[in-house]
Design a protein. Structure first.
Ligand code: ASP
Length: 332
Protein backbone atom coordinates (compact mmCIF):
# COMPACT_ATOMS: atom_id res chain seq x y z
CA UNK A 1 0.00 0.00 0.00
CA UNK A 2 2.80 2.32 0.99
CA UNK A 3 4.74 1.41 -2.15
CA UNK A 4 1.68 2.22 -4.23
CA UNK A 5 1.41 5.58 -2.56
CA UNK A 6 5.03 6.40 -3.30
CA UNK A 7 4.64 5.39 -6.95
CA UNK A 8 1.55 7.57 -7.22
CA UNK A 9 3.39 10.43 -5.59
CA UNK A 10 6.24 9.95 -8.03
CA UNK A 11 3.86 10.15 -10.96
CA UNK A 12 1.68 13.04 -9.84
CA UNK A 13 3.87 15.19 -7.61
CA UNK A 14 6.13 16.60 -10.25
CA UNK A 15 6.37 16.45 -14.03
CA UNK A 16 10.15 16.23 -13.43
CA UNK A 17 9.73 12.87 -11.80
CA UNK A 18 9.35 10.98 -15.09
CA UNK A 19 11.20 7.67 -14.85
CA UNK A 20 12.04 7.68 -18.56
CA UNK A 21 14.68 10.22 -19.46
CA UNK A 22 14.74 11.96 -22.83
CA UNK A 23 15.35 9.57 -25.71
CA UNK A 24 18.90 8.38 -26.18
CA UNK A 25 19.59 8.76 -22.47
CA UNK A 26 20.19 5.87 -20.16
CA UNK A 27 17.33 4.96 -17.77
CA UNK A 28 18.24 5.91 -14.21
CA UNK A 29 18.07 3.95 -10.95
CA UNK A 30 19.06 4.44 -7.32
CA UNK A 31 19.23 2.36 -4.14
CA UNK A 32 20.10 3.39 -0.59
CA UNK A 33 20.56 1.61 2.73
CA UNK A 34 20.49 2.66 6.36
CA UNK A 35 22.31 -0.34 7.75
CA UNK A 36 21.69 -4.03 8.37
CA UNK A 37 21.37 -5.87 11.65
CA UNK A 38 19.01 -7.27 14.24
CA UNK A 39 16.14 -5.18 12.98
CA UNK A 40 12.97 -6.94 14.11
CA UNK A 41 9.45 -5.56 14.06
CA UNK A 42 8.85 -6.58 17.70
CA UNK A 43 11.73 -4.32 18.81
CA UNK A 44 10.59 -1.30 16.80
CA UNK A 45 8.06 1.31 17.85
CA UNK A 46 5.58 2.47 15.22
CA UNK A 47 6.89 6.03 15.60
CA UNK A 48 10.50 5.05 15.02
CA UNK A 49 9.60 2.94 12.02
CA UNK A 50 7.59 5.78 10.51
CA UNK A 51 10.42 8.24 11.09
CA UNK A 52 12.98 5.92 9.50
CA UNK A 53 10.78 5.26 6.49
CA UNK A 54 10.18 8.97 6.01
CA UNK A 55 13.89 9.77 6.13
CA UNK A 56 14.76 6.94 3.72
CA UNK A 57 12.08 8.24 1.36
CA UNK A 58 13.43 11.79 1.57
CA UNK A 59 17.00 10.65 0.81
CA UNK A 60 15.83 8.38 -2.01
CA UNK A 61 13.75 11.10 -3.65
CA UNK A 62 16.55 13.66 -3.35
CA UNK A 63 18.95 11.31 -5.14
CA UNK A 64 16.41 10.30 -7.78
CA UNK A 65 15.56 13.90 -8.55
CA UNK A 66 19.20 14.58 -9.38
CA UNK A 67 19.22 11.62 -11.77
CA UNK A 68 16.03 12.41 -13.65
CA UNK A 69 17.14 16.00 -14.06
CA UNK A 70 20.24 14.75 -15.82
CA UNK A 71 22.67 15.02 -12.89
CA UNK A 72 25.60 12.70 -12.18
CA UNK A 73 25.31 9.45 -10.25
CA UNK A 74 27.98 10.89 -7.95
CA UNK A 75 25.78 13.86 -7.07
CA UNK A 76 22.79 11.59 -6.49
CA UNK A 77 24.82 9.42 -4.10
CA UNK A 78 26.22 12.49 -2.35
CA UNK A 79 22.85 14.13 -1.70
CA UNK A 80 21.21 10.89 -0.58
CA UNK A 81 23.99 10.19 1.93
CA UNK A 82 24.14 13.80 3.14
CA UNK A 83 20.41 13.62 3.90
CA UNK A 84 20.92 10.48 6.02
CA UNK A 85 24.03 11.88 7.73
CA UNK A 86 22.02 14.91 8.86
CA UNK A 87 19.42 12.67 10.51
CA UNK A 88 20.05 11.45 14.08
CA UNK A 89 18.28 8.19 13.19
CA UNK A 90 21.30 6.64 11.49
CA UNK A 91 24.83 5.77 12.53
CA UNK A 92 26.46 8.33 10.26
CA UNK A 93 27.13 12.03 10.79
CA UNK A 94 24.76 13.24 13.52
CA UNK A 95 23.70 10.15 15.48
CA UNK A 96 26.97 8.26 15.04
CA UNK A 97 27.66 5.54 17.63
CA UNK A 98 30.07 6.24 20.48
CA UNK A 99 33.59 4.93 20.70
CA UNK A 100 34.77 3.16 23.84
CA UNK A 101 36.05 6.53 25.07
CA UNK A 102 32.73 8.27 24.48
CA UNK A 103 33.60 10.21 21.33
CA UNK A 104 32.32 9.89 17.76
CA UNK A 105 34.72 8.94 14.97
CA UNK A 106 33.34 8.71 11.48
CA UNK A 107 34.42 7.06 8.22
CA UNK A 108 33.12 7.64 4.68
CA UNK A 109 33.98 6.90 1.07
CA UNK A 110 32.73 7.56 -2.45
CA UNK A 111 33.65 6.14 -5.85
CA UNK A 112 33.05 7.24 -9.44
CA UNK A 113 32.48 4.18 -11.61
CA UNK A 114 33.12 6.19 -14.77
CA UNK A 115 36.84 6.65 -14.14
CA UNK A 116 37.54 4.61 -10.96
CA UNK A 117 38.30 7.78 -9.02
CA UNK A 118 37.66 7.49 -5.31
CA UNK A 119 37.91 9.47 -2.09
CA UNK A 120 37.60 8.58 1.57
CA UNK A 121 38.07 9.84 5.12
CA UNK A 122 38.57 7.84 8.30
CA UNK A 123 38.41 8.62 12.01
CA UNK A 124 37.05 12.16 11.65
CA UNK A 125 35.26 13.90 14.52
CA UNK A 126 34.57 17.44 13.35
CA UNK A 127 33.45 17.30 9.71
CA UNK A 128 29.68 17.84 9.62
CA UNK A 129 29.20 15.68 6.54
CA UNK A 130 31.97 13.10 6.15
CA UNK A 131 30.68 12.08 2.69
CA UNK A 132 31.37 15.63 1.44
CA UNK A 133 34.91 15.28 2.75
CA UNK A 134 35.31 11.97 0.92
CA UNK A 135 34.04 13.64 -2.23
CA UNK A 136 36.47 16.53 -1.77
CA UNK A 137 39.39 14.13 -1.28
CA UNK A 138 38.44 12.58 -4.63
CA UNK A 139 37.80 15.85 -6.49
CA UNK A 140 40.34 18.20 -4.93
CA UNK A 141 43.31 16.19 -3.68
CA UNK A 142 45.79 13.79 -5.27
CA UNK A 143 44.95 11.20 -2.59
CA UNK A 144 42.31 8.56 -1.96
CA UNK A 145 42.13 8.21 1.84
CA UNK A 146 42.81 10.87 4.48
CA UNK A 147 42.49 10.26 8.21
CA UNK A 148 41.91 12.07 11.51
CA UNK A 149 43.14 15.62 12.03
CA UNK A 150 44.75 15.71 8.58
CA UNK A 151 41.42 14.93 6.93
CA UNK A 152 39.83 17.68 9.03
CA UNK A 153 42.50 20.22 8.11
CA UNK A 154 42.07 19.36 4.43
CA UNK A 155 38.28 19.66 4.72
CA UNK A 156 38.59 23.08 6.34
CA UNK A 157 41.00 24.16 3.59
CA UNK A 158 38.43 23.37 0.87
CA UNK A 159 35.66 25.17 2.74
CA UNK A 160 33.71 22.27 4.21
CA UNK A 161 31.72 22.88 7.37
CA UNK A 162 33.44 21.83 10.59
CA UNK A 163 31.44 21.53 13.83
CA UNK A 164 32.11 20.95 17.50
CA UNK A 165 32.32 17.21 18.32
CA UNK A 166 29.21 17.61 20.50
CA UNK A 167 27.14 18.15 17.32
CA UNK A 168 27.25 14.40 16.59
CA UNK A 169 26.07 13.30 20.02
CA UNK A 170 22.52 12.09 20.64
CA UNK A 171 20.80 10.84 23.76
CA UNK A 172 19.88 7.52 22.13
CA UNK A 173 23.49 6.73 21.23
CA UNK A 174 24.76 7.97 24.61
CA UNK A 175 22.41 5.60 26.40
CA UNK A 176 23.39 2.76 24.10
CA UNK A 177 27.03 3.45 25.01
CA UNK A 178 26.32 3.75 28.73
CA UNK A 179 24.33 0.53 28.78
CA UNK A 180 27.10 -1.28 26.99
CA UNK A 181 29.48 -0.38 29.80
CA UNK A 182 27.25 -1.93 32.44
CA UNK A 183 27.35 -5.71 32.76
CA UNK A 184 23.92 -5.67 34.42
CA UNK A 185 22.35 -4.46 31.20
CA UNK A 186 24.13 -6.86 28.88
CA UNK A 187 20.76 -7.88 27.46
CA UNK A 188 20.15 -4.31 26.29
CA UNK A 189 23.52 -4.23 24.62
CA UNK A 190 23.03 -7.42 22.71
CA UNK A 191 19.71 -6.13 21.42
CA UNK A 192 21.19 -2.88 20.18
CA UNK A 193 24.81 -3.43 19.32
CA UNK A 194 23.90 -5.28 16.16
CA UNK A 195 21.97 -2.30 14.80
CA UNK A 196 24.72 -1.13 12.58
CA UNK A 197 22.71 1.69 10.87
CA UNK A 198 25.52 2.73 8.57
CA UNK A 199 24.25 4.49 5.43
CA UNK A 200 25.06 4.11 1.75
CA UNK A 201 23.85 4.76 -1.77
CA UNK A 202 24.39 3.51 -5.32
CA UNK A 203 23.16 5.26 -8.46
CA UNK A 204 23.06 4.98 -12.26
CA UNK A 205 22.81 8.21 -14.25
CA UNK A 206 21.55 9.15 -17.73
CA UNK A 207 25.09 8.93 -19.07
CA UNK A 208 25.23 5.28 -18.00
CA UNK A 209 27.71 5.91 -15.19
CA UNK A 210 27.54 4.23 -11.81
CA UNK A 211 28.64 5.62 -8.43
CA UNK A 212 28.65 4.33 -4.86
CA UNK A 213 29.19 5.82 -1.41
CA UNK A 214 29.07 4.79 2.24
CA UNK A 215 29.17 6.73 5.54
CA UNK A 216 29.32 5.48 9.13
CA UNK A 217 30.14 6.10 12.76
CA UNK A 218 31.62 2.59 12.75
CA UNK A 219 30.94 0.10 15.50
CA UNK A 220 29.87 0.89 19.05
CA UNK A 221 32.77 0.87 21.53
CA UNK A 222 35.46 0.76 18.87
CA UNK A 223 38.91 1.59 20.28
CA UNK A 224 42.39 2.69 19.37
CA UNK A 225 41.48 4.54 16.18
CA UNK A 226 39.75 1.49 14.71
CA UNK A 227 38.74 1.95 11.09
CA UNK A 228 36.08 -0.26 9.50
CA UNK A 229 35.31 -1.25 5.94
CA UNK A 230 33.21 1.80 5.02
CA UNK A 231 36.13 4.06 3.96
CA UNK A 232 38.07 1.18 2.39
CA UNK A 233 37.62 1.17 -1.38
CA UNK A 234 36.95 -2.42 -2.40
CA UNK A 235 35.64 -3.44 1.03
CA UNK A 236 32.71 -1.16 1.92
CA UNK A 237 32.38 0.72 -1.37
CA UNK A 238 33.15 0.03 -5.01
CA UNK A 239 31.97 1.31 -8.39
CA UNK A 240 32.97 0.47 -11.96
CA UNK A 241 30.55 1.57 -14.67
CA UNK A 242 31.32 -1.60 -16.64
CA UNK A 243 29.92 -3.83 -13.89
CA UNK A 244 28.83 -2.48 -10.54
CA UNK A 245 28.07 0.04 -7.85
CA UNK A 246 28.15 -1.44 -4.34
CA UNK A 247 27.77 -0.09 -0.80
CA UNK A 248 28.11 -2.45 2.15
CA UNK A 249 27.08 -2.51 5.78
CA UNK A 250 27.95 -5.01 8.45
CA UNK A 251 30.79 -6.22 10.65
CA UNK A 252 33.59 -4.27 9.03
CA UNK A 253 36.53 -6.43 10.05
CA UNK A 254 35.09 -9.30 7.98
CA UNK A 255 34.14 -7.06 5.08
CA UNK A 256 37.72 -5.83 4.87
CA UNK A 257 39.18 -9.32 5.01
CA UNK A 258 36.79 -10.60 2.34
CA UNK A 259 37.20 -7.44 0.18
CA UNK A 260 33.44 -7.71 -0.16
CA UNK A 261 32.55 -4.92 -2.59
CA UNK A 262 35.41 -5.61 -5.00
CA UNK A 263 34.93 -9.37 -4.80
CA UNK A 264 31.25 -9.08 -5.74
CA UNK A 265 32.11 -6.82 -8.65
CA UNK A 266 34.95 -9.03 -9.88
CA UNK A 267 32.88 -12.19 -9.72
CA UNK A 268 30.20 -10.57 -11.85
CA UNK A 269 32.77 -9.27 -14.33
CA UNK A 270 34.98 -12.33 -14.69
CA UNK A 271 32.37 -15.05 -14.30
CA UNK A 272 29.84 -13.12 -16.40
CA UNK A 273 27.10 -13.75 -13.86
CA UNK A 274 24.42 -11.30 -12.70
CA UNK A 275 25.69 -8.89 -10.03
CA UNK A 276 22.96 -9.96 -7.61
CA UNK A 277 24.04 -13.60 -7.98
CA UNK A 278 27.60 -12.61 -7.12
CA UNK A 279 26.33 -10.62 -4.13
CA UNK A 280 24.27 -13.54 -2.89
CA UNK A 281 27.26 -15.88 -3.06
CA UNK A 282 29.46 -13.49 -1.06
CA UNK A 283 26.87 -12.44 1.54
CA UNK A 284 25.09 -15.77 2.05
CA UNK A 285 27.96 -18.20 1.57
CA UNK A 286 31.36 -16.60 2.15
CA UNK A 287 30.42 -14.19 4.91
CA UNK A 288 28.10 -16.63 6.65
CA UNK A 289 30.95 -19.13 6.48
CA UNK A 290 33.19 -16.61 8.24
CA UNK A 291 30.52 -15.94 10.86
CA UNK A 292 29.93 -12.39 9.62
CA UNK A 293 26.68 -10.49 9.37
CA UNK A 294 25.73 -7.64 7.08
CA UNK A 295 24.52 -6.82 3.61
CA UNK A 296 25.04 -4.85 0.42
CA UNK A 297 23.09 -2.80 -2.06
CA UNK A 298 24.15 -3.34 -5.67
CA UNK A 299 23.37 -1.74 -9.00
CA UNK A 300 24.52 -2.94 -12.44
CA UNK A 301 24.93 -0.95 -15.68
CA UNK A 302 21.42 -1.97 -16.82
CA UNK A 303 19.92 -0.64 -13.61
CA UNK A 304 19.23 -3.99 -11.95
CA UNK A 305 19.07 -3.47 -8.18
CA UNK A 306 20.21 -5.96 -5.54
CA UNK A 307 19.38 -5.64 -1.82
CA UNK A 308 21.14 -8.62 -0.25
CA UNK A 309 21.68 -9.24 3.49
CA UNK A 310 22.13 -12.12 5.92
CA UNK A 311 20.70 -10.30 8.96
CA UNK A 312 17.07 -10.17 10.14
CA UNK A 313 16.64 -6.77 8.51
CA UNK A 314 18.22 -4.00 6.49
CA UNK A 315 16.90 -0.47 6.08
CA UNK A 316 16.69 -0.17 2.31
CA UNK A 317 14.95 1.78 -0.43
CA UNK A 318 15.19 1.97 -4.19
CA UNK A 319 13.71 3.36 -7.38
CA UNK A 320 14.22 1.14 -10.42
CA UNK A 321 14.54 2.11 -14.08
CA UNK A 322 10.73 2.03 -14.49
CA UNK A 323 10.28 4.47 -11.62
CA UNK A 324 9.01 1.86 -9.17
CA UNK A 325 9.86 2.88 -5.62
CA UNK A 326 10.29 0.45 -2.73
CA UNK A 327 11.06 1.05 0.94
CA UNK A 328 11.62 -1.95 3.20
CA UNK A 329 13.03 -2.71 6.62
CA UNK A 330 12.49 -6.36 7.53
CA UNK A 331 13.03 -9.58 5.71
CA UNK A 332 10.35 -10.03 3.03
N1 ASP B 1 30.57 -1.55 8.41
C1 ASP B 1 30.61 -0.60 9.49
C2 ASP B 1 31.90 -0.75 10.24
O1 ASP B 1 32.32 -1.85 10.49
C3 ASP B 1 29.47 -0.76 10.42
C4 ASP B 1 28.12 -0.83 9.77
O2 ASP B 1 28.00 -1.19 8.62
O3 ASP B 1 27.14 -0.48 10.43
O4 ASP B 1 32.46 0.24 10.64
Amino acid sequence: MRELLIILLLIISSPDMNAEPASGKHPVAIAIHGGAGTIIKDNMSAEKEAAIRAKLEQALMAGHKVLINGGDALDAVTIAITTLEDSPLFNAGKGAVYTYDGSNEMDASIMDGGNLNAGAVAGVSRIKNPILAARAVMDQSPHVLLSGSGAEAFSASVGLKLVEPAYFQTEFRRQQWENSHKPATAAIQSATDKWFSTVGAVALDQGGDLAAGTSTGGMLNKRWGRVGDSPIIGAGTYADSRTCAISATGHGEFFIRAAVAHDICSRARYLKIPLTEAAEAVIHKDLVGMGASGGVITLDPSGNIGLVFNTPGMYRASIDTRGKATIKIYRP
